[in-house]
Design a protein around this ligand. Sequence first.
Ligand SMILES: C=CC1=C(C)c2cc3[nH]c(cc4nc(cc5[nH]c(cc1n2)c(C)c5CCC(=O)O)C(CCC(=O)O)=C4C)c(C)c3C=C
Ligand SMILES: [Fe+2]
Ligand SMILES: [Fe+2]
Length: 311
Amino acid sequence: MSKIGVVLLNMGGPDSLSAVEPFLYNLFSDHDIIEIPRLIQKPVARLIAKLRAEKTKHYYEVMGGKSPQREQTEQQAKALQNVLGENYKVVVAMRYWHPFTEEALRELFTEDISKIVLLPMYPQYSKTTTGSSFNEFERVFKRFPQVPVIRIISYHNHPAYIRAMVENIKEHLQSWESYFFLFTAHSLPVQVIKRGDPYKDQTEETVKLIMEHFPEVSYALGYQSKIGPVKWLEPFTDKLIEELIKSGVKRLALIPVSFVCEHSETLYELDVQYKSLAESLGVESFVRIPTLKDHPSFIEALRQLVISSLQ
Ligand SMILES: C=CC1=C(C)c2cc3[nH]c(cc4nc(cc5[nH]c(cc1n2)c(C)c5CCC(=O)O)C(CCC(=O)O)=C4C)c(C)c3C=C
Ligand SMILES: [Fe+2]
Ligand SMILES: [Fe+2]
């Protein structure tokens, strides 16, 4: 009997320190994430990857030598496979490191597949993340049997996703009423937003919907992980941490909002850099809420997204 293929799309991360530079090369070669004139994109990518590799390697050294993203995305795939059952086949396709889209599709087509659902591990749509993964899928898919493809574009306001975020916060924060909630999302060059990317609006909507469940709590949204010289979305999360603590906030909960598993941006920037910043400024309690990973309520949200995309 034929099956429905579900492809989880994510960024991917280096699986060893020697993979850092080629991973960065793949990332900077992507015109959807960084618009370098096409003719020179690859040589420039090689150069920036070389220049950045040492700094990035340091993040991964601190995290034990590799990104946990593959393992955690594969756990999400396994959990989703369990709840969807045997009429489905769930695989993982990463944009910049293994398993690449080609590997994912090869695995998928070891079975009789009648339809494919693309499910980004990015709740908020950006052309730099989901858009880039869709484009890569298109290029690679040409070489495979042409079955219908359904794209789940975003789920930033899906009630089951919001419920999972709310439950996850409550599970990791005792007496949440006494905390200031600081949401942190990946930043993006302002130019990308000006050209119509919905990422900022969708991120703000996610935060607003979560906060409807915490009516008494004060909160803010910051952006992290800017790189390079151009202007990126602000306020920056580290500046907000500084301002909040200096203005008297004593208990701070840091909540990653654009990531659904752990990686360098959460494990290094949040847990090492921002935590030590908050502590040096005298914070009383600093709690970083873990990402959703294979939280049963998040897997239920993914299940609902797949089922409703087929109706
Ligand atoms: C070059 C510009 C970049 C844009 C634009 C960008 C957007 C963007 N990224 C994520 C999520 C992740 N990015 C990660 C790593 C990472 N991203 C960039 C560059 C851009 N990202 C670089 C150079 C790197 C490598 C690390 C570094 O050198 O800083 C990761 C971590 C991967 C892992 O460790 O597994 C994630 C996750 C989002 C959500 C986003 C736009 C919305
Ligand atoms: Fe990034
Ligand atoms: Fe980043």
